[in-house]
Design a binder for this molecule. Structure first.
Ligand SMILES: Nc1ccn([C@@H]2O[C@H](COP(=O)(O)OP(=O)(O)OP(=O)(O)O)[C@@H](O)[C@H]2O)c(=O)n1
Ligand SMILES: C[C@](O)(CO)[C@H](O)COP(=O)(O)O
Length: 232
């Protein structure tokens, strides 16, 4: 199984506030993006890391993460686009020709584990798609523009999706091509594959695999990391 990993890390982090790309903030003793990449670097099926950052951050990423690290996996660092989907598309454009699966992960999810990635890869090999997800804990309301509740979907049918999202290369490339033709923008990669009518399979994620989005997430992530380091 030859897998290319695209790490989307070109966001502006508006909900985090601050001037710096949130992926370059520190979490414990390390940089968020470095923590994320360290997990992916341990997976033998992953044959290349394609890291997508802001155009002005490419040099910083090469110097501060890759030059100082000891990465086993071949890597490249490229510039992303305006939306997450544009950044992932930039990654797809430089995929190795020999790849047969594409794993897409948010740079801002540093608490991903080797076990979750391995399990998702196994499923992707069987089903062609594998997307991490967890059951929703809250009751979710669909609202209208004035703030009135329109409906309450049955919670048992709802899942919160995470990354990695893994797809056979031909599927994800076709999905991105179709989205470009139709102008469709989704908030994750699976929604582009769904838009082609291809079934997407969900695998068990973890409530700890949070996306660092707002300042409270940093506190929670620090606590999770502290507990993990105590447990060895
Ligand atoms: N143009 C973009 C926008 C987002 N991302 C990446 O997609 C992931 C998920 O996005 P999100 O958490 O929403 O990050 P931001 O877009 O940076 O956050 P915000 O919406 O608060 O600005 C992040 O790792 C982010 O860096 C990206 O690669 N390119
Ligand atoms: C891809 C994602 O992380 C799945 O939960 C999420 O949809 C990214 O969304 P955001 O709007 O960029 O935070």
């Amino acid at each position: 199984m030859k897998v290319s990993a695209i790490i989307a890390a070109a966001g502006r982090g508006r909900r985090m506030g601050g001037k710096q790309n949130k992926q370059f903030l520190r979490l414990g003793n390390d940089m968020i993006l470095n923590l994320t990449l360290q997990q992916l670097d341990q997976i033998e099926e992953i044959k290349e890391l394609i890291v997508v950052v802001g155009a002005s951050e490419v040099k910083f990423c090469l110097e501060e993460i890759f030059a100082k690290g000891n990465f086993q996996t071949p890597y490249r660092v490229i510039a992303g686009g305006k939306e997450r989907q544009d950044s992932v598309r930039a990654g797809l454009a430089v995929l190795s020709h020999t790849t047969d699966y594409v794993l897409i992960h948010d740079g801002a999810r540093p608490l991903i584990t080797k076990e979750l990635i391995k399990n998702a890869l196994k499923t992707a090999k069987e089903k062609g798609t594998a997307v991490l997800a967890v059951p929703v804990k809250d009751t979710i309301k669909v609202v209208d523009q004035e703030g009135y509740v329109k409906s309450t979907p049955e919670r048992a049918t709802l899942r919160a999706v995470q990354t990695p999202q893994i797809f056979r290369k031909d599927l994800i490339c076709a999905a991105y091509e179709k989205a470009e033709q139709t102008g469709f923008y989704g908030t994750d990669d699976a929604s582009l594959v769904e838009a082609m009518g291809v079934p997407v399979f969900l695998v068990e994620g973890s409530y700890e695999n949070i996306k660092i989005t707002t300042p409270e997430d940093l506190l929670l992530a620090e606590e999770i990391l502290r507990r993990r380091s105590k447990c060895g």
